[in-house]
Design a protein around this ligand. Structure first.
Ligand code: SF4
Length: 253
C-alpha cells in the first residue's frame, strides 16, 4: 500500500468493567475478552478520512474510516445497489451524502459495481487482491448485496479467507429471493451479517442479528461503541465481528 509503514502487533486489550458497553459485550459473549487478548491484529497507520484507497486490478478497497478504524472495506454506490432499502432509509442515506462530498469515492464505488457485473471475474480478482493476513474486513460501508450472484461471490470469498472476520449490515434480507443466499453467507463461521431495520420495516427471522436505529421502539441490544465513545473504532470494539450474538443500535447520522 502506498506510503504505509505497516507493522504486525499483538493486541492485549484491557477491558474495563466500568463501561456499560463493555459489560454488555461480555454479557453477549463470555469469551469476548479472551478472544480479543492475544488476537494478532494488522495495524495500518491511523488517518482521519477514508480519502485514499488501495486500488488493485480494478478493485478499490477502502483502507479505513474514523468509524471502523484501520480496516479494509469494500463498497458499492448507495441506493442503486440497495434493493431492500425502505423509503425511510433512502431519505436518510449516510452513504449517499458521503458520496456527494467525495466524488473520487463515488467513482471508485461505480468501478467496483462494474466489476461485479462479471461475477467470475469479481470473485477471482477479490480473492487475488485481499491480503491473506487481513484480520477483519467490512463489506459495504456504502451499498448492499444487490444480486444473488454477488452474494454467492462473497460466500466464495469469505470461504477463501477463513482467518479473516467479515462483517456487514444489510437490508437485502427484506428481498425474499435473496434470503437463501444470505442465509448461506451468514452461516459461515467467519461472517457476521446483521439485518438492518428501521421502524417502517418488519423484523427479520428471530435468529438474525439485528442493527436497529434508536427511533425504532423495538430497538434492543448494545449501543454502538464508537457512537457512545466507549471505543475509538470498530477495530477496537469488535462487537459486530468478534462476537457472534447480540444486536446493535445505531444513532442516525
Ligand atoms: S458496535 Fe462496535 S463493531 Fe459494531 S459498529 Fe459499533 S463500534 Fe463498530
Amino acid at each position: 500500500m502506498p506510503g504505509d509503514h505497516r507493522k504486525e502487533v499483538t493486541v492485549d486489550t484491557k477491558i474495563s468493567a466500568s463501561s456499560g458497553h463493555e459489560a454488555a459485550l461480555r454479557q453477549a459473549n463470555g469469551v469476548a475478552t479472551a478472544s480479543m487478548r492475544g488476537h494478532p491484529v494488522f495495524i495500518l497507520p491511523s488517518r482521519k478520512e477514508v480519502n485514499y484507497k488501495m486500488r488493485l486490478f480494478g478493485v478499490s478497497l477502502g483502507e479505513g474510516t474514523t468509524k471502523v478504524g484501520d480496516v479494509l472495506t469494500f463498497s458499492l454506490p448507495s441506493k442503486i445497489t440497495c434493493p431492500g432499502a425502505s423509503v425511510w432509509c433512502l431519505k436518510r442515506c449516510y452513504g449517499w451524502r458521503y458520496e456527494k462530498r467525495r466524488p473520487v469515492c463515488l467513482k471508485a464505488y461505480h468501478e467496483n459495481l462494474a466489476l461485479t457485473s462479471n461475477p467470475q471475474e469479481f470473485e477471482r480478482i477479490m480473492s487475488g487482491v485481499l491480503p491473506r493476513i487481513t484480520p477483519c474486513f467490512r463489506i459495504h460501508v456504502s451499498g448492499d448485496f444487490h444480486t444473488i450472484a454477488y452474494i454467492e461471490n462473497w460466500i466464495a470469498i469469505c470461504r477463501a479467507f477463513p482467518q479473516t472476520l467479515f462483517w456487514s449490515y444489510t437490508r437485502s434480507w427484506a428481498v425474499p429471493e435473496f434470503r437463501d443466499a444470505l442465509e448461506k453467507l451468514r452461516s459461515l463461521p467467519n461472517v457476521q451479517l446483521f439485518a438492518s431495520v428501521d421502524e417502517t420495516m418488519p423484523l427479520p427471522p428471530s435468529n438474525w442479528r439485528k442493527a436497529y436505529v434508536y427511533s425504532d421502539p423495538r430497538a434492543q441490544g448494545i449501543a454502538c461503541a464508537t457512537q457512545m465513545r466507549d471505543h475509538g473504532s470498530c477495530l477496537e470494539c469488535g462487537f459486530c465481528f468478534r462476537v457472534k450474538t447480540g444486536d446493535v443500535i445505531f444513532r442516525v447520522h
